[in-house]
Design a protein around this ligand. Structure first.
Ligand code: ADP
Ligand code: MG
Length: 614
């Protein structure tokens, strides 16, 4: 019988390897940036077109390659970074497997220009699907410029599998963040389709974080520092009150390499125990330095997982270091002599002369006209919060547990979602009270209703916001002093996308620049002090639920705004407010459930009560 085993041709082997190394454009970005760093560059520019589907280009000012090295770099297992197996245990470089360029070459068109500082002339190499098309001398600056075009051109299945540009771009930005955070001493830039997304000058660690995530990050950071025999820890964690709904800003670096570790993540969560609200994620940027011999980074082809020899010790040290820092920050203000004080104040009140509020008088007002009296005065004053004044207290007293009063009454009842108040809304004016700062109890014909105040308000605001976005714009309360809020570039991008809708709701943007927005008007139901937080949450929600169609955008926006501005459980409501909620709730299209399908109220019939007394 003849032998049947064959060696795979190189280009096939490379394509298979590519499947492991290159999942999407972002994987290419990661490999190219890492190569540029290994080449000792001090300036690295990344340019992508169509979220990397058309072009990914990285240019650096590093050591460059000789004519032969340039050619060799695309061979499998061609690396300049390890020579003997022992080198594997003292790695100081990002790459070492020598398969990135070979893999990428197998599935794309490559254009490489490179020159070493001590050589007169550079070399220009063109490849297409592992095949060298040409190599010629060329004039090019010191360093390397690699352009990857038409990724997956020869694997249509992979190409079709790519997500929308927005999603792929997010992955690219994530990789860019990881690399840029780990190397603040290197200047980075990122351009997408001729838009500059990031321009990061050489900086210290804190400045780099702020440059990426926006000026308001600065005040949120608490430094962490711990030196032990097993591990040195440096970096920052976010103050608990700034924890967000997304996991976005969580970074571990081990020996300057971004890694994912559920185990270490758990250590951080343990340090925050009792300090966070439900489902909130703290920010962290932590840099662990360990002996390269004590880790194994070889266990995953994309090298984001890692194995420590001394995992338990590192867990314990990390947890206690973070806990210690969190315990300190509110007593001793963190001093950072290199920081830019401009970044500290979120609102730029400086250099502003207060403006006198304008009083508008209705010149047609005729006090003798009977009708005017019945409607009240026509003269309108710029009250900052017309009817909603009462809602100012909506954001205080968040802890529903400490409420006094009747507790633990158990209701057994059916849920209803139907039309309840046909004809007897008036009944609710009397016989209404608040229970446990959480429910509004209202008597109705034949029984009573128990209404979840937070959910009811959520439903009300949701429908109102939807209406203002899609049908008629609502009034905005003009601010005496415009608010200036800082955001990161991706957040600014998102804001611009939903700007129109936000304006319909009552936001008034005077200016949106690359890193801040100037707001001169806000919706009446949002208090000024809450604007930053609400916008933060809304952007987090939009980021998490990337909408496919325009109208989904609107829905997510309305939902998020409503959720974040609805009165919380634990808020005391006066009778007028209770009444307003009940009336507005039953004017809703779907009063029975929240936009997330949670029950808003239940009905207890007299018979149900009767049964209790039998
Ligand atoms: P690895 O990084 O694992 O060594 P790669 O396939 O990514 O493997 O790169 C192969 C080799 O090509 C590297 O070892 C390095 O010598 C060279 N190389 C790649 N990119 C650059 C660059 N930007 N500047 C200088 N040399 C580079
Ligand atoms: Mg590499």
């Amino acid at each position: 019988m003849s032998d049947i085993i064959q060696l795979l041709p190189d280009h096939v082997a490379n394509q298979i390897a590519a499947g492991e190394v290159v999942q999407r454009p972002a994987s290419v970005v990661k490999e190219l940036l890492e190569n540029a760093i290994d080449a000792k560059s001090t300036q690295i520019n990344l340019l992508v077109k169509d979220a990397g589907k058309t072009l990914i280009q990285v240019s650096d000012n590093g050591i460059g390659m000789s004519i032969t090295d340039a050619r060799l770099s695309f061979e499998r297992h061609a690396t300049s970074k390890i020579k003997v197996a022992d080198d594997l245990f003292s790695l100081k470089t990002k790459g070492f497997r020598g398969e990135a360029l070979a893999s990428i070459a197998a599935i794309a068109h490559i254009d490489l220009k490179t020159k070493k500082a001590d050589e007169e002339i550079g070399t220009h190499l063109l490849l297409k699907g592992s095949e060298v098309i040409s190599q010629e001398p060329c004039v090019t600056p010191n360093g390397t410029m690699v352009s990857i075009k038409n990724l997956f051109f020869n694997i249509p299945a992979r190409r079709n599998f790519l997500k929308s540009d927005a999603v792929e771009m997010r992955h690219i930005i994530d990789e860019f963040h990881r690399v840029a955070l780990a190397h603040p001493q290197i200047t980075f830039s990122l351009h997408h389709n001729d838009n500059e997304l990031f321009q990061l000058p050489k900086a210290n660690q804190r400045q780099r974080i702020v440059a990426i995530f926006g000026g308001k990050t600065n005040e949120k950071l608490v430094p962490v520092e711990e030196e032990t025999e097993v591990v040195n820890i440096k970096g920052f964690v976010g103050k608990p009150e700034f924890a967000r709904k997304t996991r976005g800003e969580q970074f571990f670096f081990v020996n300057n390499r971004f890694i994912k570790s559920g185990y270490l993540h758990h250590a951080i969560n343990a340090a925050y125990e009792g300090l966070l609200q439900d489902k909130k994620y703290p920010a962290y940027f932590l840099f662990l330095e360990v002996d390269p011999k004590s880790i194994d980074i070889n266990i995953h082809p994309t090298k984001t997982e890692i194995k420590f020899d001394d995992e338990h010790a590192i867990y314990a040290i990390l947890r206690s270091a973070v806990k210690h820092s969190l315990g300190q920050f509110d007593i001793t203000p963190s001093l950072d002599f290199s920081h830019n004080p401009d970044l500290d104040t979120p609102y730029h009140y400086k250099d502003k002369n207060p403006e006198m509020p304008k009083v508008e008088v209705d010149r047609n007002f005729n006090p003798f006209k009977q009708e005017s009296f019945s409607k009240g005065s026509h003269a309108s004053f710029p009250t900052s919060k017309p009817k909603q004044k009462d809602w100012e207290s909506l954001y205080t007293g968040l802890n529903p547990k400490d409420s006094s009063g009747i507790s633990n009454i158990e209701f057994e009842s059916e849920e209803i979602t139907g039309d309840l108040f046909s004809g007897n809304i008036e009944d609710t004016q009397q016989g209404m009270f608040q229970l446990q700062k959480k429910y509004i109890v209202s008597t109705i014909k034949g029984g009573m209703l128990v209404i979840h105040q937070n959910r009811a308000h959520y439903r009300i605001l949701y429908e109102e916001f939807l209406k203002s976005i899609t049908v008629e714009a609502t009034l905005s309360q003009q601010l005496l002093f415009p608010l200036v809020l800082k955001f990161s570039l991706p957040e600014i991008k998102m804001l611009k996308e939903v700007k129109n809708s936000l304006e319909q709701i009552g936001f008034d943007f005077e200016k949106i620049t690359e890193e801040e927005v100037k707001i001169c008007g806000i919706p009446t139901m949002v208090s000024e002090s809450e604007v930053a937080l609400v916008l933060d949450e809304v952007l987090a929600d939009l980021e998490q639920n990337i909408p496919k169609q325009e109208n989904q955008h609107t829905r997510i926006l309305a939902e998020s705004l409503a959720k974040n501005t609805a009165i919380k459980s634990g808020t005391v409501l006066n009778p007028e407010e209770q009444n307003s909620i009940v009336n507005r709730l039953f004017a809703c299209k779907e009063p029975g459930v929240t936009p997330e399908n949670e029950v808003v109220f239940i009905r207890l019939n007299a018979e149900d009560l009767d049964k209790k007394f039998m």
